[in-house]
Write a protein that binds this ligand. Structure first.
Ligand SMILES: NC(=O)C1=CN([C@@H]2O[C@H](COP(=O)(O)OP(=O)(O)OC[C@H]3O[C@@H](n4cnc5c(N)ncnc54)[C@H](OP(=O)(O)O)[C@@H]3O)[C@@H](O)[C@H]2O)C=CC1
Ligand SMILES: O=C(O)[C@H](O)CS(=O)(=O)O
Length: 492
C-alpha cells in the first residue's frame, strides 16, 4: 500500500465536484439519522470522503419525487430534453480532468483510463441527446376499411439503476442518458466503493438544468435494502442493473412480483482466440488491452486466452515481454498502466484462480505474486498449460491473470469458447476471410471483437446472451428499453 494520503480536493480545479451528500429532488441531503460510510483510495488505503448513507425509507422518498417530476419532463419535446443533455455532455467534457481524478481516487484505475472513461461516459449522453429527437412511431395500413392504426412510443416512467464499482461514471451515464432522453426520471444507486463519480454527475446535472427530481443519486451501503425498494416500489417501472450474474438473478426474482421491465448487464467469461494465421504482434496488443484494461476488472476482459498450437510459444513469449513492460503503481501517477485491485476479496480471487491453475499443471510464465507495493497491488500474471478443468475456465477472474490454453483446430476451440453459461464478449485474431466469417457466427456471445481487443462504443448495442444479461445499452436500440410501445386503433 502506498504510504501517502490523498488530498483529493487539492488536486481539483473544481473541489466542489467532490460531494458527500446524496442528491435527491435536486437537493443535497444527509441521512436523516446522520449515518455515513467512508470511501477509500484503493492504492493508498486512506479515507477520501465520508458520504451520506441513506435508508430504504429515504429511497422511497426519492422515488416519490422522481414520480412527481417525470410528467413535466416527459411533456417536454425531445428537442428540449436534447438541449439539456447536450449541456450535461459539455459540462462533463469541460470538467473531464477533475472527473477523472475523482474516479481514479475512488476506483484506482490509471488516470489515462479514467480520462477515457469520462469521454466514454459522456459519449452516451451526447448520443442519447441526439436520439431523444428521433423516437419515431409508425402508421400501419388498417385491417378494415374503417380502421386506422398508429404506433407511438412513450417513456416507461421512473427508472432505477444499480451499478458496480469498476466503471463508476460510464455505467451510470449508459443508463441515465437513454432514460432521460426517453422522458423518464432516473434514480441511481452507485456501488458503495465508488459513489463520488455519480455524485459529481449530480452536480453537473444540476448545472446543466436537469429539472429537480429527474436525476437522483441515492448513496447507501444497504445495497440489498435499496434493491428491494427499487423492485417493490409501485412507482418504479424499470430496473437497470450492471454487475454480477449472481446479483442479477436476485434482482430479477425480486422484480418478477411487479413483472417489472429489467435490463441486466451481467458477468462474462470472454474467450480470446489467436489462430495461426493471426498477426501475432497485433494479437499481443489486443490481448494486453483486453486482458489488463482496468487491471482485468471489466466484464468484457479476456478471461481465457486460446492460442493455436503452431504459434503458441511465439505468442506466449511476445505476450510475456509486453506484460513485463507494464508499469504498476498509483493510478494518479502519470504513466501507470495497472493500478490496485478494488478490494482484498478481489486479490484473493486472483490468487485462488492462480493456485488452482498451478495445482492442475499450470506454469507461471511471468508474475504470480503480490506486488512489492503491497496492499491491493498484484503482479500481472501469465500461466501456460491452462486446461478446461481449471477454475478460470468457468469462473470470471476479474483481475490481472492471463491463462494460456493451447488448441489444435477451429471446431475444437469454438466448442471450448462456447462451453460457459456466459455470453457477453468474445474476441479472435485471424486473417482468413472464411474463417473470420464462420468463427464470428459460431461464437455464442452478444459481442465479437475481430482483430481488436477493445469493443466498447456508444454507437453499438452492448449486451450479453445466455446468463450475461438481458437487453442492450448504447446504439439506437438503447433507448427502447426505456420506452413503452402503444398502438392506437381508430374507427373512422
Ligand atoms: N456486464 C457488465 O457490463 C458488467 C458486469 N460486472 C460483473 O460484476 C462483477 C463485479 O462487480 P461487483 O460490483 O462485484 O458486482 P456485484 O454484483 O457484487 O455488485 C454490483 C452492484 O450491485 C450491488 N448489490 C450487491 N448485492 C445486491 C443486492 N442483493 N441487491 C441490490 N444490489 C446489490 C452492489 O452494491 P455494493 O456496492 O454494496 O457491493 C453494487 O453496487 C463481476 O462478475 C463482473 O463481471 C461488472 C461490471 C459490468
Ligand atoms: O462494466 C464493464 O465492464 C463495462 O461494461 C465494460 S465496457 O463497457 O467499458 O467495455
Amino acid at each position: 500500500m502506498l504510504d501517502q494520503t490523498t488530498d483529493l480536493k487539492s488536486l481539483l480545479s473544481r473541489p466542489d465536484l467532490v460531494c458527500e451528500k446524496a442528491f435527491i429532488r435536486g437537493e443535497w441531503v444527509s441521512s436523516a439519522v446522520g449515518k455515513t460510510f467512508e470511501v477509500t483510495n484503493p492504492a493508498r488505503g486512506d479515507v477520501i470522503a465520508t458520504v451520506a448513507d441513506l435508508s430504504r425509507a429515504e429511497t422511497a422518498d426519492a422515488i416519490q419525487t422522481a414520480e412527481d417530476a417525470r410528467h413535466a419532463w416527459a411533456a417536454m419535446t425531445g428537442k428540449s430534453r436534447a438541449q439539456i443533455l447536450r449541456k450535461w455532455f459539455d459540462l462533463m467534457m469541460e470538467n473531464q480532468e477533475d472527473l477523472a481524478i475523482i474516479l481514479t481516487a475512488e476506483q484506482g484505475k490509471p488516470l489515462a483510463e479514467a480520462r477515457g472513461e469520462i469521454a466514454y461516459g459522456a459519449s452516451f449522453i451526447e448520443w442519447f441527446g441526439e436520439e431523444a429527437k428521433r423516437v419515431y412511431g409508425e402508421t400501419i395500413p388498417g385491417h378494415m376499411p374503417d380502421k386506422r392504426i398508429t404506433v407511438i412510443k412513450q417513456p416507461i416512467g421512473v427508472a432505477a439503476g444499480i451499478t458496480p464499482w469498476n466503471f463508476p461514471n460510464a455505467m451510470i451515464t449508459r443508463k441515465a442518458a437513454p432514460a432521460l432522453a426517453a422522458g423518464c426520471s432516473f434514480i441511481i444507486r452507485p456501488a458503495t466503493q465508488t459513489p463520488l463519480s455519480a455524485l459529481a454527475m449530480g452536480k453537473l446535472a444540476e448545472e446543466a438544468g436537469v429539472p429537480k427530481g429527474v436525476f437522483s443519486v441515492v448513496t447507501s451501503s444497504a445495497a440489498s435494502d435499496i434493491g428491494k425498494e427499487f423492485c417493490e416500489n409501485p412507482h418504479v417501472k424499470k430496473l437497470t442493473f450492471t454487475g454480477s450474474t449472481e446479483v442479477g438473478r436476485i434482482l430479477l426474482r425480486q422484480a418478477a412480483d411487479q413483472v417489472m421491465k429489467c435490463s441486466m448487464e451481467l458477468g462474462g467469461n470472454a474467450p480470446f482466440i489467436v489462430f495461426d494465421d493471426a498477426d501475432l504482434d497485433e494479437a499481443v496488443v489486443g490481448a494486453i488491452a483486453c486482458k489488463f484494461r482496468n487491471n482485468g476488472q471489466t466484464c468484457v476482459c479476456a478471461n481465457r486466452i486460446y492460442v493455436q498450437a503452431g504459434v503458441y510459444d511465439e505468442f506466449a513469449a511476445k505476450l510475456k515481454a509486453a506484460v513485463e513492460a507494464l508499469q504498476i503503481g498509483d493510478g494518479l501517477t502519470e504513466g501507470t498502466a495497472l493500478g490496485p485491485l478494488i478490494e482484498t476479496a478481489a486479490v484473493e480471487k486472483v490468487r485462488r484462480h492462480l493456485n488452482d491453475a498451478l495445482s492442475k499443471g499450470g506454469e507461471v510464465l511471468t508474475g504470480g505474486n503480490a506486488h512489492e507495493l503491497g496492499g491491493l497491488f498484484f503482479e500481472p500474471t501469465i500461466v501456460t498449460n491452462a486446461t478446461k478443468d481449471m477454475l478460470v475456465s468457468t469462473d470470471e477472474t476479474f483481475g490481472p491473470f492471463a491463462p494460456l490454453f493451447k488448441f489444435e483446430d477451429e471446431d475444437d476451440v469454438i466448442a471450448q469458447a462456447n462451453d460457459t453459461i456466459f455470453g457477453l464478449a468474445s474476441y479472435f485474431y485471424a486473417k482468413d476471410l472464411s474463417r473470420v466469417t464462420k468463427v464470428a457466427e459460431a461464437l455464442e456471445y452478444g459481442i465479437v471483437g475481430v482483430n481488436t481487443g477493445i469493443i466498447s462504443t456508444e454507437v453499438a448495442p452492448f449486451g450479453g446472451v445466455k446468463q450475461s444479461g438481458l437487453g442492450r445499452e448504447g446504439s439506437h436500440h438503447g433507448i427502447d428499453d426505456y420506452m413503452e410501445m402503444k398502438y392506437i386503433c381508430t374507427s373512422v
